[in-house]
Design a protein around this ligand. Structure first.
Ligand code: HPA
Ligand code: ZN
Length: 333
C-alpha cells in the first residue's frame, strides 16, 4: 500500500552535495555547451549507469559527470536548479556541500566555482524563499596537505562559506588524517562537520568528534553498533544528518523498512533527514522524508520532530532558528 502523501514541512537541508544535484539532463546539456563529451551515448544509456553497488561505484560516476562543469554559469545553473527543486520540497534553509578539489584538480579555478554558486545563492531568499550557504568538503581520499592548503584560500568567500566537511571514499581514510586541516579551519572560525559512519566503523565517528571537533556528524548510521557512542551522541545532542534514499542506493542499508532512523529517534538522537545526492539516489528532501516515514510508520509528531531537529542542527543564528521553528509549529500544530 502506498503511504498517504503529506505536504512538506518547512525544513533545513544540511546534507546535500551540490555536485550530487546534477540531473542527467543538465549533465548532457552542459556537456554539449562545453564540448566535453560524456562516455554515454544518450540519456537512456546514462540512466542505466545509476545502479550502484557501494559508495565507490557511485563516486566513479559522480566525479565523471562533474567534469561537465566548466564555467561560472554552469555552477550558477546547477545551483539554481537545486534551489528551485529544494524550495518546492519545503526547504527554507540549505547548508550545501561543495567539493572544490573535484574542480581544481581538473583545472577549474576555485574562483569559478565560488563565483558561480555564489551568484545563485545570493538571491536565493528573494527568488526562492530559502537561504543558502556552502560547506567546503575535503576529499578524504586525497593528500591531507591539499586540504590544509585549501583552508586559507576560503578567506575571500566567508560570506558564502560557513564551514568545512569531509567526504568521498570513507573506508581506509579515517578522520584523524585531517586533524591539522580541521585545526586550521577552527582557527578561521569555520564550522566543522564530517561524513563518518556511512560505510566506515563507529571508530571513525569517535575520531571525528574527538580529534576533528565536529559539531555535526554526516550519516553516522553505523554509530548504532556502539552503545557508548550512542550515549555520547544522545547526551551531547550531536546532530546526525541522515540520508535514507542514499543509504539504500549505496547498499549501506538493505531497504527503507530496515533503515536505522527509527532506532535513532527512539534512542533520543538528534537525527535529521536529508537528500545527499538527490539526482543520483531517487529524490530530494521531501521525497526522502515521505519515503522513510512511510516505510518506518513515522507518526505526525515524529515528522514534526525531524523538521524541528533540522533547524536546531543548522548553523543559523538563534533568532533565525526561532523564526523557522515557529513556522514549523504553524504548519504542524
Ligand atoms: N558519501 C561520501 N562522499 C560523497 C557522497 C556520499 O554520499 N556524495 C558525494 N560525496
Ligand atoms: Zn554525503
Amino acid at each position: 500500500m502506498t503511504p498517504p502523501q503529506s505536504p512538506p514541512l518547512p525544513t533545513a537541508e544540511l546534507h546535500v552535495h551540490i555536485e550530487g544535484t546534477l540531473e542527467p539532463e543538465l549533465a548532457f546539456a552542459l556537456a554539449g555547451r562545453n564540448r566535453t563529451p560524456l562516455r554515454h551515448a544518450d540519456l537512456d544509456e546514462l540512466r542505466r549507469a545509476y545502479a550502484f553497488a557501494d559508495l565507490q561505484s557511485f563516486l566513479h560516476l559522480y566525479y565523471e559527470l562533474t567534469a561537465v562543469l566548466q564555467t561560472p554559469q554552469d555552477f550558477t545553473d546547477l545551483a539554481e536548479a537545486y534551489l528551485v527543486r529544494a524550495a518546492a520540497q519545503g526547504v527554507r534553509h540549505a547548508e550545501v556541500f561543495v567539493d572544490p578539489q573535484a574542480h581544481t584538480g581538473r583545472g577549474v579555478p576555485l574562483e569559478v566555482v565560488f563565483e558561480g554558486l555564489g551568484a545563485a545563492f545570493a538571491t536565493a531568499e528573494q527568488r526562492h524563499g530559502l537561504s543558502a550557504s556552502l560547506i567546503v568538503c575535503f576529499l578524504r581520499d586525497r593528500d591531507p596537505a591539499e586540504a590544509e592548503a585549501l583552508v586559507p584560500r576560503l578567506r575571500p568567500y566567508r560570506d558564502l562559506v560557513i564551514g568545512v566537511g569531509l567526504d568521498s571514499a570513507e573506508v581506509g581514510h579515517p578522520p584523524e588524517l585531517f586533524e591539522r586541516a580541521y585545526a586550521l579551519a577552527a582557527d578561521e572560525g569555520l564550522h566543522r562537520v564530517a561524513h563518518a559512519g556511512e560505510e566506515g566503523p563507529p571508530a571513525y565517528v569517535w575520531s571525528a568528534l574527538d580529534i576533528l571537533g565536529v559539531e555535526r556528524v554526516d550519516h553516522g548510521i553505523r554509530s548504532l553498533e556502539d552503545p557508548a557512542l550512542v550515549a555520547r551522541l544522545r547526551d551531547q545532542q550531536v546532530p546526525l544528518t541522515v540520508c535514507p534514499l542514499s543509504n539504500v542506493a549505496l547498499r549501506c542499508v538493505p531497504d527503507l523498512a530496515a533503515h536505522p532512523l527509527r532506532r535513532m529517534l527512539d534512542a533520543g538522537l538528534l537525527a535529521t533527514v536529508n537528500s545527499d545526492d538527490p539526482a543520483y539516489f531517487g529524490g530530494y528532501l521531501h521525497d526522502n522524508t515521505e519515503s522513510v516515514a512511510g516505510a518506518l510508520g513515522l507518526h505526525a509528531g515524529e515528522r514534526r520532530r525531524l523538521a524541528e531537529n533540522s533547524f536546531r542542527a543548522s548553523f543559523l543564528p538563534a533568532a533565525d532558528k526561532e523564526r523557522h521553528l515557529a513556522a514549523v509549529a504553524a504548519a504542524a500544530p
